[in-house]
Design a protein around this ligand. Sequence first.
Ligand SMILES: [Zn+2]
Length: 88
Amino acid sequence: MTLVLAFLAQYAIIYPMKSDPINDLLDDHSFRSYGRKRSVCIKQLICVSCGADVPSPGKWNKDIDEREYNISGLCGDCQDAIFSREED
Ligand SMILES: [Zn+2]
C-alpha cells in the first residue's frame, strides 16, 4: 500500500461513510481493483472483493475485522487472504 493509500485509509476510519473527495478516491481505487465501489458495498453489507454478505455493524466476531471492513470493504476471509494473518 502506498503512503497515499495509507493516509486515505486512516481518513476512512474517521469518516467511513462521508461523501467527499477522499471517499471518491477510495471508491475509484476499489472499483479499479475489484469492480465494486467501497462505499456502495459498505452500505449493502457486502465484501468489495468477493461480494459475500458481511455481518451487520456490531455483529462481527472480531472487532478488528469490522474496523478493517470500514477501511477497505473487505470481508474477514478476504482480509485473512490478503494480510495472511495468523489465527489467534
Ligand atoms: Zn470477501
